[in-house]
Ligand binder design. Structure first.
Ligand SMILES: CC(C)=CCC/C(C)=C/CC/C(C)=C/COP(=O)(O)OP(=O)(O)O
Ligand SMILES: [Zn+2]
Length: 456
């Protein structure tokens, strides 16, 4: 759907959601402590059953004509990886075989065997195979033909087309650049003018829209900032305006909304939570609050204790004015956008990002978001949903779990370092695997893929 055709929610719709959510919270508050503990637990076994049955079910519908199956594979396999659960060999082989059959002879993956290749399903297929991990999964990816498909989708304005004759938007830029980066095939020809296109989509609100002239939206904002980081041009964005926009997207219901005057929804736990995780690591550097990506500045235990813990450094004194200056200098100037101290190999940017420490706390309330995810989105029988009254599905399961992981590690200065118990709502056994926030892949799986694709 074109986000510029957005219809603002009515006061009545907003009040209905608030009522449902607050009813859940007040019922929860009246429960005895042991029932409260149960409600705050991630129902791991139920989620695993829901997900593995879903994957098995996909097997039997692999002949059904729909264009979503690589996405279903990714949503399920990534959710299982977040829960640190593996699948049996037969299921794994079926998934690898199915995804290989989605590959087009001219490059890229379609929504099913014989379907036209598409950037979204190419991203989903590759992220699925990386989430599975292992030699047969990773070696099934033909990087030459993926590269050729990405080149076919590249547009003169710098953007990418989702598919032959399809839309040119920020999702297409992200899926193309993310895939190229993780497969170690990113080059200047793919990157050329992508930053100009993304920049033209940052709106007066501060967030990023799908296309120039549309409304800022969490999904596109995630795609936009992640792309700008991966191509080493994040300094060109107005990150102060972006931060201003995202801090107001968490509602009183505790969940995130995707855009102004719309309802909260569990899936934005990742899209907006992911934007926040990326900002925590890039905003202080761009704003001059810390000296450079490579410099050490956080405490030895690398755990932030409060939002005000922004470390002191010689640049901090200039605060906001430094931000204005730096950002204006490179906003419309690609030459000034790249950090001279950053590596010249574009394929290393996503990897080196893991060294960028979060020198500011989360620009949202992670405890409140965990509460929304666990009490309003989680179903005790397995799976997650958008909001109370909606049904569970694999998309919301994937992005609620991804958002939950982002919350749990949101106080960890070093990506993936063990969170303190106070960072976790519910029992510590709720702790999920950490993700790489630029690709939304479990960190361990990311490292395996990085080793594989930098040695082959
Ligand atoms: C990696 C990849 C392909 C990312 C896609 C990012 C993403 C989720 C984009 C959202 C698109 C959009 C405008 C939805 C609005 O739907 P809506 O009007 O039903 O929802 P709303 O009322 O919450 O805005
Ligand atoms: Zn949703």
């Amino acid at each position: 759907m074109d986000s510029s055709t957005s219809v603002t929610v009515t006061q009545k719709e907003q009040m209905m959601v608030e009522q449902q959510v607050f009813q859940i919270y007040s019922l929860f508050a009246d429960l005895p402590p042991n029932s409260q503990s149960f409600m705050l637990e991630i129902q791991r076994d139920s989620h695993i059953d829901y997900l593995t049955n879903g994957l098995r079910g996909l097997g039997s519908s692999f002949c059904v004509l729909d264009a979503n199956r690589p996405w279903l594979c990714y949503w399920i396999l990534h959710s299982l990886a977040l829960l640190e659960e593996s699948i049996d060999e037969e299921l794994e082989n079926n998934a690898i075989d199915f995804l290989s059959r989605c590959e087009d002879p001219n490059g890229g993956y379609g929504g099913g065997p014989g379907q036209m290749p598409h950037l979204a399903t190419t991203y989903a297929a590759i992220n699925s195979l990386i989430s599975l991990g292992g030699h047969s999964s990773l070696s099934s990816i033909n990087r030459d033909s993926v590269y050729s498909f990405l080149r076919q989708m590249k547009q003169p304005n710098g953007g990418f087309r989702m598919h032959d004759g399809g839309e040119v938007d920020v999702r297409a830029c992200y899926t193309a650049i993310s895939v190229a980066s993780i497969l170690n095939i990113l080059d200047e020809r793919l990157v050329e003018h992508v930053g100009d296109f993304i920049l033209s989509c940052q709106t007066h609100e501060g967030g990023i829209a799908g296309e120039p002239g549309s409304e800022a939206h969490g999904g596109y904002t995630y795609c936009g900032i992640a792309t700008m980081i991966l191509i080493n041009e994040v300094r060109r964005l107005d990150v102060a305006a972006l931060l201003d926009w995202v801090v107001f997207r968490q509602g009183i219901e505790c969940g995130f909304q995707g855009r102004v005057n719309k309802l909260v929804d569990g899936c934005y736990s990742f899209w907006q939570g992911g934007v926040s995780a990326l900002l925590q690591r890039s905003y202080p550097i761009i704003s001059g609050l810390v000296a450079s990506e490579s410099e050490e500045y956080s405490d030895a235990d690398s755990t932030l204790s409060a939002t005000s813990d922004i470390p002191e450094c010689e640049h901090a004194a200039t605060g906001g004015s430094s931000l204005q200056g730096d950002n204006e200098a490179c906003h419309n100037n690609p030459e000034g956008a790249r950090d001279p101290s950053a590596p010249t190999n574009l394929n290393d940017v996503g990897h080196n990002f893991l060294e960028w420490k979060a020198s500011m706390g989360p620009p949202f309330n992670p405890m409140a978001l965990q509460q929304y995810i666990l009490l309003c989105s989680q179903l005790q029988e397995g799976g997650f949903r958008d909001k109370p009254g909606k049904s569970r599905d694999f998309y919301h399961t994937c992005y609620c779990l991804s958002g939950l992981s982002a919350c749990q590690y949101s106080w960890s200065g070093d990506l993936g370092s063990q969170p303190a118990p106070q960072a976790i709502l519910g029992p510590y056994s709720n702790l999920l695997e950490p993700i790489h926030p630029l690709y939304n892949i479990v960190l361990k799986k990311y490292h395996e893929a990085r080793d594989f694709f930098s040695s082959t």
